[in-house]
Design a protein around this ligand. Structure first.
Ligand SMILES: Nc1nc2c(c(=O)[nH]1)N[C@@H](CN(C=O)c1ccc(C(=O)N[C@@H](CCC(=O)O)C(=O)O)cc1)CN2
Length: 281
């Protein structure tokens, strides 16, 4: 018996759930969990199921593919809990990388990390502690930025990477790389977007006298910090907190927000609905 995760999205219409569940019954499957959403914004329908079935992947798809064709649906089918091949990009900040690798090693985050790539050497000891290979490629000019991005695409190809995580990677990705990684690159922004986009959000927040600081995990797009939001968290601050204190408190939110977003992505709980995400938590 195999435990599968199935996702489906298509234009909304009557009969979708009936057809999908009939296909699962035809594959001797039992539905352990079913979540659905109809988006009135876009007219799209979203489905996530967890299914136990004794048949092979091919036999299950033989029942599901005709349904996908009938409804013009995009479907994904994966073994539940399979670790997602994940490339981590970083700069100097270690808190997000540490949280990802700690929770992966503890068995709480279903990813496997073949490599951490950074534009600074700072995190080499951290990667070594977790026994994760580390590559440092400096990015001090446009040529080096292009070389870094070429290496990212090489690694994505060589390791069949399914997700690229920008764990406080402080370089703006080119439109070409954003296109290549569309829908599978997640960034953690150190503010409660849409507030304080770009660099130095804590300095911007302190100057504005905010009473909350936060973090936002979002998909990476060419438009800086404008990608579909996946998860956000905030915490209360006050007038007595310095920029450094805001940053320190915010980092806890950054780490837990990014790790939560990566976990949901690895569990196939996030579906894109235009500029918004559907998260079947
Ligand atoms: N194409 C995109 N690239 C990146 C995104 C994004 O949404 N789309 N998110 C950023 C993360 N980020 C804030 O969270 C951010 C990082 C870096 C900068 C920036 O101005 N970087 C400068 C260089 C800074 C340095 O060398 O230290 C630059 O790239 O010219 C702004 C926002 C990650 N990338």
């Amino acid at each position: 018996m195999q435990h599968w995760v199935l996702t489906l999205n298509c234009d909304d219409r009557s009969g979708i759930v009936h057809a999908v569940t009939a296909a699962i019954v035809a594959a001797a499957g039992n539905i352990a969990e079913l979540q659905q959403f109809s988006s009135t914004d876009t007219g799209r329908f979203f489905l996530r199921l967890e299914v136990d079935s004794p048949v092979t992947r091919g036999a299950l798809l033989a029942e599901l593919n005709p349904v996908a064709e009938r409804f013009g649906a995009d479907i994904t089918l994966d073994v539940a809990g399979r670790p997602l091949r994940t490339l981590v990009l970083a700069s100097k900040a270690e808190h997000c990388v540490n949280d990802l690798l700690f929770r992966q090693r503890a068995g709480h985050l279903p990813i496997e990390v073949p490599l951490v790539m950074a534009n600074h050497p700072t995190l080499a000891p951290l990667a070594e502690f977790y026994k994760v290979p580390f590559e440092h490629l400096a990015v001090t000019n446009q040529d080096e930025k292009a070389a870094f991005e070429r290496r990212v695409l090489e690694v994505v190809d060589e390791h069949d990477i399914e997700l690229v995580v920008l764990a406080r990677y402080m370089q703006i990705l080119s439109p070409e790389l954003c296109e290549a990684l569309e829908g599978r690159a997640i960034n953690i922004h150190h503010s409660f977007l849409p507030g304080f986009k770009g660099a130095n959000p804590y300095r911007q927040a302190h100057a504005r006298g905010v009473k909350l600081v936060g973090a936002t995990a979002h998909f990476v797009t060419t438009d800086l910090d404008e990608g579909p939001i996946i998860e956000q968290n905030v915490r209360r601050v006050d007038h007595a907190d310095s920029v450094a204190e805001l940053q320190s408190m915010g980092q806890d939110e950054e780490s837990r927000t990014l790790t939560q977003a990566v976990k949901w992505f690895a569990e196939h709980r996030i579906l894109l609905d235009g500029q918004r995400t559907i998260v079947f938590r």
